[in-house]
Write a protein that binds this ligand. Structure first.
Ligand SMILES: O=C(CO)[C@@H](O)[C@H](O)[C@H](O)[C@H](O)COP(=O)(O)O
Ligand SMILES: [Zn+2]
Length: 203
């Protein structure tokens, strides 16, 4: 392949990813919008009741959990006082010691049991719905009478089956982890926008 042909092939793959991303977003927006709105209402109710939001996930979803908590703790698009949120993915000492002394599946659940109170919210993020440590975190949140908002994917996996009627399942159907993650990030930005809109009346 010439350099020119290689560049054309790469550009064509990028265009394919953009097309696939647009199609996936368009395909799920009608179904997800009400779920995202319900998830935001649960979070807004918790924040107005002086409760907090914990978040967790693995890999790209760990980054999403931190992305969300930083936008609450610091700010999203508008200036406002920080809001209480904790990503359970960030403290390497805590995560490694729980994994080492107990089990990797416990890394989030143990923190939920230590930090969670009734009325707090857990944002549980998984593209497969099958990460055992996220599922354990949801079970621990239920023990603490917390509500869970799941950012889920594919068929919802085991995570979907343990959610209660009070919980919210924002589930992106589709086979690609990358595309699911991209919509999860869109959902996170919608949640932040709705929280600010409700709390501050921002446009
Ligand atoms: O970001 C990616 C792939 O895009 C990976 O790091 C991915 O997040 C990891 O494989 C996770 O362990 C997958 O976990 P989950 O989304 O199925 O719960
Ligand atoms: Zn952001």
């Amino acid at each position: 392949m010439s350099e020119r042909e290689t560049e054309d092939a790469l550009v064509s793959r990028v265009l394919h990813h953009f097309d696939e991303g647009i199609r996936t977003k368009q395909g799920c927006q009608a179904e997800l919008a009400p779920q995202i709105a319900r998830g935001a209402q649960v979070m807004i109710h918790a924040l107005l009741s002086d409760r907090k939001i914990l978040s967790c996930g693995n890999g790209g979803s760990a980054a999403d959990a931190q992305h969300f908590s930083s936008e609450l703790l610091n700010r999203f698009e508008a200036e406002r006082p920080g809001l209480p949120a904790i990503a359970l993915t960030t403290d390497a000492s805590t995560v490694t010691s729980i994994a080492n002394d107990h089990h990797f599946e416990e890394i989030f659940a143990r923190q939920v049991r230590a930090l969670g109170h009734a009325g707090d919210v857990l944002l549980a993020i998984s593209t497969s719905g099958n990460s055992a440590n996220v599922i354990r975190a949801v079970q621990a949140a239920h023990e603490r009478n917390m509500i869970c908002v799941a950012l889920n994917g594919r068929d919802g996996g085991d995570l979907a089956s343990i959610l209660t009627e009070e919980d919210i399942n924002i589930c992106v159907a589709g086979p690609s982890t990358a595309r699911i993650q991209e919509i999860h990030l869109m959902a996170i930005h919608c949640l932040c926008d709705l929280i600010d809109y409700q709390l501050l009346g921002q446009d």
